[in-house]
Design a protein around this ligand. Structure first.
Ligand SMILES: C[S@@+](CC[C@H](N)C(=O)[O-])C[C@H]1O[C@@H](n2cnc3c(N)ncnc32)[C@H](O)[C@@H]1O
Length: 285
């Protein structure tokens, strides 16, 4: 670092004050994450080294990042990337920023250890690419109705060296009929009338968020289309929102998965519904 540059500590304090005044929920964390990334230092070093100075280019880049954050742009879009499981995904406004709770769907896959898996609504490719990364023997197919999302997911696959491992399809489902060992989906599930924080409502793609009046309309439509197209799997895992466990369990039972289980996230909120059906070759005559 140049000895005569601007003080990192002063820049950080000014950003935290501005974020706090703007009502940003985690002002210190956001300022530290942005500055550490821009200055190319560990967050811990940034906090420990009070005498750190910034190159003029880093100081300018940080001012620009602060300006963007004050417009409530999410930190992940400003940095252009987000970690998920063991992979780093490029993210922009074409795709939902992957959330930590969505890792529960990958954990379900690690329990099932499928040889084939379908992910419906892949967005950045987070779930499908994590499966390809962690289950090297699994054949993964991933769909999305958004062409921007498919472009982003394909480019993430290439960057991560996983492009041969996932087949990405533009559309809701493979044409079928086709059997998979596991189907996973984090479809839009926010009820239409729900208010969202500006970071989500003003920046993330609308088509990734809203799921009709009670939030379960897209899920219901996809389950119906799966049956119509002959897309089957003995196990299915769906991410859901608060209070949707019972409703989505009923949808799954009606769609032919008689055994359902609601899993809670770390905040104690309904987060995943798992549906299971006996495999046709295991049903006793
Ligand atoms: C909540 S985002 C999830 C993205 C990603 N799987 C993740 O967990 O970060 C939902 C995604 O589903 C896509 N989508 C919406 N309706 C769909 C449908 N009927 N069939 C397939 N994909 C759909 C959206 O374009 C969006 O990318």
């Amino acid at each position: 670092m140049a000895a005569s540059g601007a003080s990192a500590n002063d820049a950080l304090t000014a950003a935290i004050d501005a974020f706090t005044a703007a009502g940003i929920e985690t002002p210190r964390l956001d300022a530290e994450v942005l500055l550490a990334e821009i200055a190319g230092v560990d967050r811990a070093d940034l906090i420990a080294d009070r005498g750190l100075t910034l190159e003029p280019s880093a100081a300018r880049a940080f001012s620009e990042a602060v300006r963007r954050r004050l417009r409530r742009e999410p930190v992940a879009y400003i940095l252009g990337s987000k970690g998920f499981r063991q992979i780093e995904l490029a993210v922009d406004r074409r795709v939902l920023i992957p959330r930590p709770e969505t890792e529960m769907l990958v954990e379900l896959a690690l329990e099932v250890r499928p040889r084939s898996a379908l992910e419906v609504g892949t967005g950045s490719g987070a779930i499908a690419l994590a499966l390809a990364d962690e289950l090297p023997r699994c054949r993964v197919t991933a769909t999305d109705v958004s062409d921007g999302a498919i472009e982003a997911a394909v480019s993430n696959a290439t960057r991560l060296g996983l492009s041969g491992r996932v087949e990405f399809l533009l559309g809701s489902l493979p044409e079928g009929p086709e059997d998979f060992d596991l189907v996973l989906a984090n479809l839009p599930y926010v009820p239409d009338s729900d208010g969202l924080p500006p970071e989500v409502g003003q920046w993330e793609p609308e088509g990734a968020l809203f799921g009709g009046p009670d939030g379960t309309e897209v899920i219901a439509a996809v389950l119906k289309a799966m049956n119509e197209n002959g897309i089957g799997a003995p196990t299915i895992g769906l991410e859901i929102g608060q209070g949707q466990g019972e409703r989505v369990s009923v949808l799954l039972r009606e769609a032919g998965w008689p055994e359902t289980e609601v899993r809670l996230d770390l905040a104690g909120i309904d987060r995943v519904v798992v549906g299971r059906r006996p495999r046709p070759d295991m049903i006793e005559e």
